[in-house]
Design a protein around this ligand. Structure first.
Ligand code: PHE
Length: 356
């Protein structure tokens, strides 16, 4: 069998194709739908058997040879292209970033990150719940029955429409206590940061704000554990060793006994800061988980004990970073965000660290 005269011509074209586009042009011209070889193959039908016996194998060899040569050249060109990109598109990681950072981390996000870090060090996991909650988990299971005056303590947004259970915008993060106790067996150590809603609005109240809930369920848990945990957390959060706590007897339907927690403040450089005890301000609600709450979640209160606490994330941010109008948190004013925002590289620290 003689080699088809076109074979060497196509092979030369293929070898000299300088890039993938040029190679593809050769492919189309040779073995594309209207390519020379394709057309020649179509003429086989009109040939005499003798002619076809000679021309058939030659044309098939030509087509296979061209196809193979194109594939080979293609991989060479692809490798060359890759080498070129590897050589030219190198990123110099030692160079300072060319782009100035845009935007900043909102103080609420920053403080939530700080709290998560602190509690992670204490062995707490983060739990979440929906912002549209059923009224059973938001109130009833928390020992706030239908007619209980405590429901009026929180001006609740109800969701319109027919639901299996009335639905509310959760008024606190406490329903996450219920969700956690329902879904996992003790021992439990969780924090639940998130948005909550009450129809309230002035310089220190917005209809939406942020809370963080803590819940510990285990055997032999008592108020001492609660107090130590809160003290450790507040010292780490405010990055001061002289944070003093005062637990005041209080009332929450879902804890018994209940305590409101104040931190001491003092004046430094004309500013009120947390630390010392020139005066007191309330920062937390807390207490031992009420036996009825445990029972509502199917836990035996004779076997398990626990404590819970809840506090305002926005309020903690205001206290730590010296902001005085809560409404500004949610105005989206760029000047405020630039001033009070954090760099995304500001890794939240524990300052001296928990236990320091
Ligand atoms: N849920 C309470 C509130 O929103 C705070 C709290 C949480 C109190 C847990 C005690 C225990 O005011």
């Amino acid at each position: 069998m003689t080699v088809h005269p076109l074979q060497s011509r196509f092979e030369a074209d293929i070898a000299s194709a300088a890039d993938l586009a040029a190679l593809d042009a050769v492919r189309v011209a040779a073995i594309g739908k209207l390519g020379v070889v394709t057309q020649l193959l179509k003429t086989l039908g009109g040939m005499t058997p003798e002619e076809r016996r000679v021309e058939g194998p030659r044309l098939n060899t030509l087509r296979e040879g061209v196809t193979a040569a194109i594939a080979k050249r293609k991989s060479v060109l692809e490798n060359t292209e890759l080498d070129r990109r590897l050589a030219t598109e190198r990123v110099d990681l030692s160079l300072p970033a060319a782009v100035a950072p845009r935007g900043s981390v909102h103080p609420v996000s920053q403080v939530m990150d700080e709290l998560t870090e602190i509690f992670a060090d204490l062995g707490f996991a983060v739990a979440e719940g929906p912002e549209i909650e059923d009224d059973w988990r938001n109130f009833t299971a928390l020992n706030i029955p239908e007619t209980h005056p405590a429901r009026a303590m929180m001006d609740t947004f109800y969701i319109a429409g027919e639901h299996e259970r009335p639905m509310v915008l959760r008024t606190h993060t406490s329903p996450v206590q219920i969700r956690t106790m329902q879904s996992e067996p003790p021992p439990i150590r969780i924090i639940a940061p998130g948005r909550v809603y009450r129809s309230d609005s002035d310089a220190t109240h917005t209809p939406m704000f942020h809370q963080i809930e803590g819940l510990v369920i285990d055997k032999g848990i008592h108020m001492g554990h609660l107090k130590w945990t809160l003290e450790t957390f507040l010292k780490a959060f405010f990055e001061r060793d002289d944070v003093v706590l005062r637990l005041r007897p209080s009332y929450f339907p879902f804890t018994e006994p209940s305590a409101e927690v104040d931190v001491g403040w003092s004046i430094e450089k004309g500013r009120r800061v947390v630390g010392g005890s020139e005066g007191w301000m309330e920062v937390l609600g807390s207490g031992m988980v009420h036996p009825r709450v445990m029972a509502a979640c199917g836990l035996d209160p004779d076997e398990w004990q626990g404590f819970a606490f809840g506090t305002g994330v926005d309020r903690l941010a205001m206290l730590k970073y010296g902001m005085d109008d809560l409404r500004a948190f949610f105005d989206g004013d760029l000047r405020w965000l630039k001033h009070y925002g954090f760099s995304f590289l500001d890794v939240p620290t524990l300052s001296g660290g928990v236990g320091a």
